[in-house]
Design a protein around this ligand. Structure first.
Ligand code: KIV
Ligand code: ZN
Length: 537
């Protein structure tokens, strides 16, 4: 059959698609599956900002949240739906009418709304709601029909598909298609499958299920065995035309398929993976840094595409080869993923114009007033640090953005006494809603003493879950980025901060986490994820 442009446009508009086409849709679930991972919680404004970046980079579908999980999730999905210009906005719903109705309420004002409903179909998952195979089949029919009566674009997922009996999987996929699903997503929920099997499963469904050619098949892989990227690409080769993924591979346990990996693999190896996506790859680094900063999940240095060392050539042989011809050791150019070609070092003599141009390269466009503020910070940093690298500037920008949104508590002054002789102590002044409070506290080391001082000034019950230090660049004068994750009454927040002094960065990160907690308490006292997508009620 020859497809006309109108056929393809029509298929795309209803979420269905022509498998013959080589366009692979990118479905980003950083804000749902990524954010669901413990500790990766993002604030409302951060979700909006990330959604905007995803939309601008050309993601086809943004899964913006799980609307029934909390009021916060609902409001974020609703606002993202209203703001998105290009991408379809999708919400997650379990297989019941209340979830689906709530999801529809959240996405319905999007230019392109989508409902994603799912149920666990493997023997283990069927046992959770205690449904027989037949009862589950009826539930799938009824819920997909209900979703389709509300929304033109319905995605259905048999959770744990890769451990579901093939006959039953074919049966329920057929029911979902007949009930109106336009996309069938095949999740490898526990990261169990391997590439050959991932491809065979999609091929089997396309061959056996009546009506399979009229819908889009999607692949949703978890990385428990480190095969998520390979499994997703194998599924595409077998006919899947939607990849579900997250920025930096963020997600529970070992995470989800990393967006940057599948997109760059299809671009760099287009000779053997002849597929295209709508992603502007030059926006990858910027969004990767943003997601790392707001989630507090730092990217490992040797992570493909977005790790700090992904384009670094340290060994003498490599450097020599690179100078002679970059293609000797480089299969893609740093610029292709948005790393500025020259990591031009800035210093205290660099002027405002140079700073503006450098920040523009790094994805930060700003007006004169904002630039003035950033310039003052830059000069202060350059006084403490001889050479200011790209990563330093990114940390500085994140710090500035963080401070602008954190109004309640601020670190005003900190002096610590540390060394081989105990007790270590911290003399700290915090400004709380405009009023200075000072205390001196002791602790087991300078960071412990500082945290005790914060707690003495601002008593709270939040428990520390994670304290992590990450050097932004090399050298003893490098800035440290500190992440602090805390939990109070089921609300988990992460604060991050950078400074050339690790203890100051620690104090600021702790205070930033507390600020987030206060904001969440004030914004919505009930805003905590009471329901997880794993609660199969
Ligand atoms: O991993 C999974 O099965 C999921 C579903 C909700 C699609 O995230
Ligand atoms: Zn998942």
């Amino acid at each position: 059959m020859t497809e006309t442009i109108a056929d393809v446009a029509e298929a795309a508009a209803r979420g269905g698609a022509a498998v013959t086409q080589n366009h692979v849709k990118i479905f980003d679930t950083t804000l749902r599956d990524g954010e669901q991972s413990p500790g990766a919680t993002m604030t409302h404004d951060e979700k909006l900002e990330i959604a905007q970046l995803l939309d601008e980079m050309g993601v086809d579908i943004i899964e913006a949240g799980f609307p029934i999980a909390s009021v916060g999730d609902f409001e974020a999905v609703q606002e993202i739906a209203a703001q998105a210009r290009n991408a379809s906005i999708c919400g997650l719903a379990r297989a019941n009418f209340a979830d689906i109705d709530r999801c529809w309420e959240a996405v319905k004002h999007a230019r392109k709304p989508r409902i994603h409903t799912f149920i666990g179909t493997s023997p283990l998952h069927r046992a959770i709601p205690n449904l027989s195979m037949d009862e589950m089949a009826v539930r799938i029919h009824d819920t997909v029909t209900h979703a389709r009566n509300l929304c033109e674009d319905v995605q259905w997922s048999p959770m744990d598909a890769t451990r579901t009996e093939h006959d039953y999987l074919c049966r329920v996929v057929e029911i979902a298609i007949k009930a109106g699903a336009t996309t069938i997503n095949i999740p490898d929920t526990v990261g169990y499958t391997a590439p050959r099997e991932s491809a065979a499963l999609i091929r089997m469904l396309l061959e056996r299920v009546p009506g399979a050619d009229a819908v889009t098949f999607a692949t949703h892989c978890h990385n428990d065995l480190g095969m998520a990227t390979a499994n997703a690409l194998a599924a595409v080769e077998a006919g899947a035309r939607q990849i579900e993924c997250t920025i930096n591979g963020l997600g529970e346990r070992a995470g989800n398929t990393a967006l940057e990996e599948v997109v760059m693999a299809m671009r760099v190896r287009n000779d053997i993976l002849p597929y295209r996506t709508g992603i502007d790859t030059t926006k990858i680094m910027n969004i990767s840094r943003k997601v790392a900063a707001v989630s507090g999940f730092q990217v490992q240095p040797n992570k493909a595409i977005v790790g700090k060392n992904a384009f670094a050539h340290e060994s003498g042989i490599h450097q020599d080869g690179m100078l002679k011809n970059p293609q000797n050791f480089e299969i893609m150019r740093p610029e292709d993923v948005g790393l500025s070609a020259s990591n031009l070092v800035m210093g205290k003599h660099s002027g405002r114009a140079a700073l503006r141009s450098k920040l523009r390269d790094l994805g930060y466009d700003m007006g004169d007033n904002q630039l003035n503020d950033v310039f003052v910070r830059f000069k202060a940093l350059a006084d403490r640090k001889k050479e200011v690298y790209d990563d330093d500037l990114v940390a500085l920008m994140q710090e500035a953005e963080q401070e602008a949104s954190n109004e309640h508590l601020k670190v005003k002054f900190l002096r610590v006494i540390c060394g081989t002789e105990a007790p270590q102590s911290a003399d700290l002044t915090l400004t709380i809603d405009g009023v200075d409070r000072q205390v001196t506290a002791q602790g087991d080391g300078p960071v412990d003493a500082t945290f005790n001082a914060v707690k003495a000034i601002f008593p709270h019950q939040a428990r520390l879950h994670l304290y992590q230090v990450h050097a932004v660049t090399e050298g003893t004068d490098a800035q440290a980025t500190v992440s602090v994750r805390m939990e109070e009454d089921g609300r988990i927040v992460t604060g991050t901060a950078s400074d050339t002094d690790t203890v100051v960065a620690s104090a600021k990160a702790y205070v930033s986490a507390l600020n987030r907690l206060i904001t969440r308490r004030r914004r919505n006292p009930d805003d905590r994820k009471e329901i997880s997508y794993k609660d199969m009620g």
